[in-house]
Design a protein around this ligand. Structure first.
Ligand SMILES: NC(=O)c1ccc[n+]([C@@H]2O[C@H](COP(=O)([O-])OP(=O)(O)OC[C@H]3O[C@@H](n4cnc5c(N)ncnc54)[C@H](O)[C@@H]3O)[C@@H](O)[C@H]2O)c1
Length: 465
């Protein structure tokens, strides 16, 4: 990899950081452990990447990683997307497959990226770990709380390095800086954290449509129930229309948790990290609130099957031991609000504001504050590119990446609980040790999901000697 280009990236970022940080005098690069640029000096050091699911996010991820990886194999169940992605991301040089298992079976592939829809994360991730691969998998890793238990078990047994695609964890000038303020006690003892994540859209009835000739719909559905493909042209400039397939899968509980997991995976994650840095080590004890869906629900399932069904409006209060509260809502500015007994800060993908931020001008954070939150790992870029650099650095050095499966599951449990509460329309009590909902058999039946025959997750007895 051309070291010089990376150096200039780093210089540009330092320049941007310096400008952004001038008002607050917070240095982003305190420590200088070896960076990926230093580790990837020659062509032979480049890392081979196999990609599963070549949609919008996976293409963005391949771009973010291009300085360090060669894309040698891509799998997708849509042959048009496969061909396009291969052309743009590997100059047509990658091998292409419809069945992702062919990517996993190759010994010449160092790391795997999973960019499939949410209902297709857990199974290939577990199979990739069993195949001895390190994996960068898009968020949210699971559709259910029990899938999280399976992933944690296999990760512990195989020792695979798994980075979750929550790139806010590598955004130094905003989220990591906010967390450094928390860790340094600038907001005091946290009383409340709030994740404002927007609501899902509604759709009209979406008619059953012919499956496009390039798409293997049965394999796109995979573990999800067998249903008809649906599509309605809307004339939107994105050209997607309303569908139960590409991109729009996130508005169907069959394939996603709606906004509660789509954006919850980002902002609830930052809230959870803030609580932990502030000494709140125990998980939640209850979750209550209200949610509205665009269709009627019966026994936790949508009655209408022909339109988007995830929550459009919601407001949940999650209670922690000691009285700390997390709010998850859709109806105010997207971002994270952290309130402590000494002050409050608000952070989103555009800004970090609040009195503790203003006070940095006269009272800067210690030099290593941001680096400490980032566990002293190399910080050479920002946001998505840095998130990849962190994964590849951890792959090289067998370290735990900044968005590991364990912290991801802690916070995703909260998102999934909110989803269960929304679907059933009632409050829930949670036993964080047993990871069970207390005294509610019906709610506990939502901890897992059935898999369509042929798409079950096969667990091995144990793989450690
Ligand atoms: N980190 C972020 O900020 C961020 C942003 C957007 C999306 N995402 C995540 O990325 C994932 C993909 O989202 P998207 O918007 O790119 O979706 P998308 O629908 O554009 O892409 C998904 C691709 O996966 C393919 N696919 C489906 N089943 C497959 C299978 N069995 N094998 C191989 N390929 C298969 C689809 O054909 C499609 O091309 C989601 O989990 C989403 O939550 C993350």
């Amino acid at each position: 990899m051309p070291v010089s280009s990376n150096k200039s990236d780093r210089r540009d970022f330092l320049k941007t950081s310096a400008a952004a940080g001038a008002a607050t005098s917070v240095p982003y690069f305190f420590s200088t452990p070896r960076t990926l640029a230093q580790e990837t000096k020659s062509k032979n050091d480049r890392i081979t990447l196999g990609v599963i699911g070549a949609g919008g996010m996976a293409n963005g991820n391949m771009k973010a990683a291009k300085d360090w990886v060669d894309v040698v194999a891509i799998a997708d169940v849509d042959s048009k997307r496969l061909a396009k992605s291969n052309k743009t991301m590997s100059g047509g040089k990658a091998d292409v497959y419809e069945d992702y298992r062919e990517v996993l079976s190759r010994d010449d592939i160092d790391v795997i990226h999973i960019g499939t829809p949410d209902h297709w994360h857990t199974k290939p991730l577990i199979e990739a770990m069993y195949a001895g691969k390190d994996v960068y998998c898009e968020k949210p890793l699971t559709l259910t709380i029990d899938e999280g238990k399976l992933i944690r078990k296999v990760q512990e047994e195989t020792g695979s390095v798994v980075q979750v695609g929550t790139q806010q964890r590598s955004t130094f000038n905003l989220f990591v800086k906010a967390l450094a303020l928390v860790a340094d006690g600038r907001v005091g003892k946290i009383q409340q954290v709030q994740a404002a994540i927007g609501g899902a859209p509604k759709s009209p009835a979406i008619p059953v449509a012919d499956v496009p000739s390039e798409l293997n719909w049965d394999r796109w559905l995979g573990p999800a129930p067998a249903v008809d493909y649906r599509h309605l042209s809307t004339g939107n400039k994105n050209g997607r229309g309303n569908t139960n397939c590409h991109y729009e899968f996130r508005w169907w509980y069959e394939y996603s948790g709606g906004k509660l997991t789509d954006w919850g995976a980002h902002h609830v994650d930052i809230c959870n990290w803030a609580l932990k840095l502030n000494g709140q080590t125990a998980g939640p004890v209850s979750l209550g609130g209200r949610a509205e869906h665009p269709v009627e629900f019966k026994d936790g399932f949508p009655v209408d099957k022909d339109r988007y069904n995830t929550a459009t409006n919601f407001n949940f209060s999650v209670k922690y031991p000691g009285g700390t509260e997390m709010i998850i809502r859709n109806d105010t500015d997207n971002g994270v609000l952290i309130t402590g007994d000494k002050g409050r800060i608000f952070v989103n993908r555009r800004k970090l504001v609040g009195k503790p931020v203003e006070e940095l001008a006269n009272n800067p954070l210690p030099e290593d504050a941001i680096s400490k939150v980032y566990r002293g790992m190399p910080m050479e870029s920002n946001e998505r590119k840095q998130h990849w650099a962190n994964f590849l650095h951890c792959h090289r050095n067998k370290q735990t990446p900044i968005s590991d499966v364990h912290t991801h599951m802690e916070m995703l449990n909260v998102c999934h609980l909110a989803g269960i509460s929304a679907r059933l329309g009632r409050d829930l009590k949670w036993n964080n040790d047993s990871e069970q909902i207390v005294g509610d058999e019906e709610a506990n039946s939502f901890l897992a999901r059935p898999y369509r025959e042929g798409y079950e997750i096969e667990m091995r007895e144990t793989v450690k000697s």
